[in-house]
Design a protein around this ligand. Structure first.
Ligand code: DGY
Length: 330
């Protein structure tokens, strides 16, 4: 039996590549940039399995060009780059990588909270620029994290892991979410409030909601104006949840104090973007899950999802398997 053809859209961990190669004929895009769209559309024509990154758009157009496709496996927990409904209509399961990046991403969210509240990046820049001539009583004053109120927007795994870290800092934690999470509330002593209360009460607002049509620009001018002038906004979820023009004005005009973003809209953010000129805005290049161990785990999990799909079995971590029903009949 010939091995099924698979396209992997970026260089992934060698253990994951080896695993896929055991069972499939693999085409890998090895350049240090996402596959150009035209190239991707060209190469999907003959593949049965597609192993994607969050930078690849899997939409109707791509699916039209991929008549043999039987599984899409995204090496990310988020899958807003994939038109899941379009995949479901074609009976194509979509895999993702939940769980394995939770603590790594929560660590980064907390690093951003601390970096913003205590103005770490400004401090580093200050020293590097040779401005540090003496100790000053009012140099780079920031905000206390311990004892502050953390507002969590969207209570998934990563948000709960951030809330766990907040316990160690004696923080009061509020969250808003479509549903009540009684168990997490009891375990972590956190409380559900409506969005308005969250915005008004949070000293630090940490965004953890996936990007969907409902959450696109959920945080815009109205919401930012409701926040405290001393508030810090942290986003490690998806850039599109925050309106960047409103955020720029909020930071420039002092509606809020600081923003720390691991994700932006657009992504990558252009080097001349106005947000990057603000001293009270930290931007990282979407590295929430970027540790050696976690990226290996993600790559392996995506490999297992892909291989299960090629075998016609339910994916271990599947976005649309419930909609597709039992084992797939290809
Ligand atoms: C994800 O997995 O969705 C992150 O944004 C990248 O690790």
């Amino acid at each position: 039996m010939p091995k099924p053809k698979v396209l992997i859209t970026r260089r992934v961990h060698p253990d994951a590549l080896r695993r896929v190669e055991e069972h499939a004929e693999v085409d890998v895009w090895t350049e240090d940039r996402p596959m150009p769209r035209e190239e991707l559309l060209k190469r999907v024509g003959s593949v049965e399995g597609l192993y994607t990154m969050l930078t690849d758009r899997v939409d109707e157009e791509l699916l039209e060009r991929a008549p043999h496709l039987r599984v899409v496996s995204n090496m990310a927990v988020g899958y807003d780059n994939i038109d899941v409904d379009a995949c479901t209509r074609r009976g194509i399961p979509v895999g993702h990588t939940p769980g394995v990046l939770t603590d790594t991403t929560a660590d980064l969210a907390f690093a951003l909270i601390l970096a913003a509240a205590r103005r770490l990046v400004e401090g580093v820049d200050y020293v590097r620029a040779g401005h540090w001539h003496t100790w000053s009583p009012d140099l780079l004053l920031g905000y206390d994290v311990y004892g502050a109120t953390l507002g969590i927007l969207g209570l998934g795994r990563i948000a709960a892991a951030v809330a766990r870290r907040a316990q160690g800092f004696g923080m009061r934690v509020l969250y808003t979410s479509r549903r009540q999470h009684e168990e997490t509330e009891a375990a972590l002593g956190i409380h559900r409030v409506d969005l308005d209360t969250l915005l008004r009460e949070a000293d630090i607002l940490s965004i953890h909601t996936p990007l969907t049509p409902e959450t696109y620009h959920l945080i815009g001018e109205t919401e930012l104006r409701r926040m405290k002038p001393t508030a810090i906004l942290v986003n490690t979820a998806r850039g599109g949840v925050v309106d960047p023009d409103a955020l720029y004005r909020a930071l420039k005009e002092g509606w809020i104090a600081y923003a720390a973003l691991d994700v932006t809209e657009p992504e990558p953010i252009p080097a001349d973007h106005p947000l990057l000129r603000l001293p009270n805005c930290i931007v990282l290049p979407h590295i929430g899950s970027a540790t050696h161990a976690t990226r290996r785990r993600m790559a392996l999990m995506a490999a297992e999802n892909l291989l299960a799909g090629l075998r016609g079995e339910p994916l271990p971590h599947c976005v649309n398997c419930a909609q597709l029903g039992g084992p797939y009949d290809h």
